[in-house]
Design a protein around this ligand. Structure first.
Ligand SMILES: O=C(O)CCC(=O)C(=O)O
Length: 258
């Protein structure tokens, strides 16, 4: 089986080649089974107040230490730094629930319907680098896996409407099979969807989106002052709370304190 699996830590030249070619890679064993189970329990509690249907809750890292830790996970952040450079922010964090026995989600690219990233130029630039932590085992298809189309961030043409409208399959769809605790890292331009979930339990995956520092946050209008007060200098900087020496984005500012 072809699998874009890479090791934890620094982005190697091979990791970069895989990312450039496929638009994503998977890092196994980032969270221990216990850490993944703890994050699962937290996610379950957070989603209890919603209807039991597919949905996402933003900025859960502010209130939940088990999810806050993932903002700058030491096995993963070096990959983000390798791909985005020394100055980037956490543009959003979403915790997603897919209920038991749910079907496929819709195919899409990440971005903004207010201003489509593809209108910025070709190839679609890397504006949102997503890290998705799998909190359940997704070792075979049909476990609420993510499905991605390798290399589709470089496609000049969109996924055909016929496939999108019917939520149909495509022969080059790659259903990511990985254990709980793995992290999937992917480019906003890659066409993807949530694959069906045949299990009797709800599936939770928690997502962190990193962007250049001039991109506006998508999960919040402002940061929670109490969270900023008690979190670490690195996480504060990742929340966009860095000091700018003069006009906003007019000049350089200190790199992240990594
Ligand atoms: O299934 C998920 O957790 C993520 C769904 C998705 O593709 C998205 O949020 O863009």
């Amino acid at each position: 089986m072809l699998e874009p699996v890479v090791a934890k830590g620094q982005l190697t030249e091979t990791d970069r080649f895989i990312f450039e070619s496929w638009g994503y890679f998977v890092i196994p064993n980032v969270l221990s089974k216990e850490e993944a189970a703890e994050a699962y329990d937290v996610s379950q509690r957070l989603h209890e107040s919603r209807d039991r249907e597919f949905g996402q809750i933003g900025r859960t890292y502010e209130s939940e230490p088990a999810l806050e830790r993932l903002i700058d996970h030491p096995d993963v952040l070096p990959k983000v730094q390798g791909l985005l450079g020394d100055r980037f922010v956490l543009q959003a964090g979403w915790n997603t629930m897919q209920p038991a026995h749910a079907g496929n989600g819709g195919w899409h690219q990440d971005g903004s319907s207010a201003f489509d990233f593809k209108d910025l130029g070709y190839p679609v630039p890397l504006i949102q680098l997503r890290v998705s932590y799998l909190l359940t085992d997704q070792t075979v298809p049909g476990m609420g896996n993510m499905e991605l189309i390798p290399g589709s961030h470089r496609s000049r043409v969109p996924l055909p409407d016929s496939i999108r409208q019917s939520k149909g399959d495509i022969g080059i769809g790659h259903v990511i099979c990985a254990e709980a605790g793995s992290a999937l890292v992917f480019h906003n331009g890659v066409w993807h969807r949530t694959f069906r979930h045949d299990g009797d339990y709800d599936r939770f995956t928690t997502h962190y989106v990193y962007s250049p520092p001039w991109v506006r946050a998508a999960d919040r209008f402002g940061n929670d002052p109490e969270f900023l007060e008690r979190t670490t200098p690195l996480r504060r900087a990742l929340m966009g709370e860095f000091a700018r020496p003069d006009a906003p984005f007019g000049a350089n500012y200190e790199p992240l304190p990594i």
